[in-house]
Ligand binder design. Structure first.
Ligand code: NDP
Length: 244
């Protein structure tokens, strides 16, 4: 049976989604708003979506993350559900990939997740509960030409989730990875038509997905039904990675 503290957390929670101003992050944030949670998002520029607390932060800056958490904690209470979603690509083939092409992507996607998780864990340890969900990618485990930097950063998230599971599992904290396949957002809209066509040919579902299809899985992982799941990688990829 779920412990009492756990069963009280299904709504009205303090949720923070990094990069929640657009794309997959926005779809995730909206699901939590619809669930009655107090939702904060980080953004760097542009508008703050309705019904959410927007905190400006770049995940490459520990200071900005700390300030963002301090504000969220003051307005919504300690973060109970953290979705580390902010991410970027800088695709190019290995021989053309510069040192900064590699380190910038890792600094955002992997070190950025480390920074927000570390900051969130303080409050979660005190509360003795927390849900951490890391948005990885099918390419983290499947690989992709031109994405050595991105794949490395996304594979690293699996190591983070599994180590948190072992380090903080006994404190009522779970950490899971969601690995989307090809989702229609600004990130994939930037790909050449030929690349989109060749991706489509390899996806068993025969289609791309909407951000809402990722958001539903994230919401489920943050709910009571998933209280005993930790260290898992949940693919949302139309069968592309065959469960990996
Ligand atoms: P978008 O490019 O549409 O959005 C990226 C988001 O990340 C934006 O909110 C952006 O903020 C934020 N972001 C990027 N860099 C930083 C940074 N340094 N600090 C803070 N925020 C940052 O991408 P998606 O919505 O498609 O992707 C969301 C996540 O899902 C990413 O981690 C991506 O790798 C992953 N993913 C996406 C897939 C897809 O097919 N679309 C497939 C698999 C995984 P801002 O608006 O300020 O730029």
């Amino acid at each position: 049976m779920a412990p009492d503290a756990e069963s009280k957390t299904t709504t009205g929670r303090s949720v923070l989604v990094t990069g929640g101003n657009r794309g997959i992050g926005l779809a995730i944030a909206k699901v939590f708003v619809a669930n009655g949670d107090r939702v904060a998002i980080t953004y760097r520029k542009g508008e703050i979506p309705a019904g959410m607390l927007g905190v400006r932060a770049d995940v490459t800056s520990e200071e900005q993350i700390d300030a963002a958490f301090t504000r969220v904690e003051a307005e919504h209470g300690p973060v109970e559900v953290l979705v580390a979603n902010a991410g970027m690509t800088r695709d190019t083939l290995l021989l053309r990939m510069s040192e900064s092409d590699f380190t910038d992507v890792v600094d955002t996607n992997l070190s950025g997740a480390f920074r927000v998780i570390k900051r969130a864990s303080r409050g979660m340890i005190r509360l003795r509960r927390g849900r951490i969900i890391l948005i990885s990618s099918v390419t983290g485990l499947y690989g992709a030409p031109g994405q050595i930097n991105y794949s490395a950063s996304k594979a690293g998230l699996v190591g983070i989730a599994r180590s948190i599971t072992r380090e903080l599992g006994s404190r009522g904290i779970t950490a899971n990875v969601v690995a989307p396949g090809f989702i229609d957002t600004d990130m994939t809209a930037a790909l050449p038509e030929e690349t989109r066509r060749s991706y489509l040919a390899t996806i068993p579902a025969g289609r791309f997905a909407s951000p809402d299809e990722v958001a539903g899985v994230v919401s489920w992982l943050a709910g009571d039904a998933a209280g005993y799941i930790s260290g898992a990688v949940i693919p949302v990829d139309g069968g592309l990675g065959m469960g990996h």
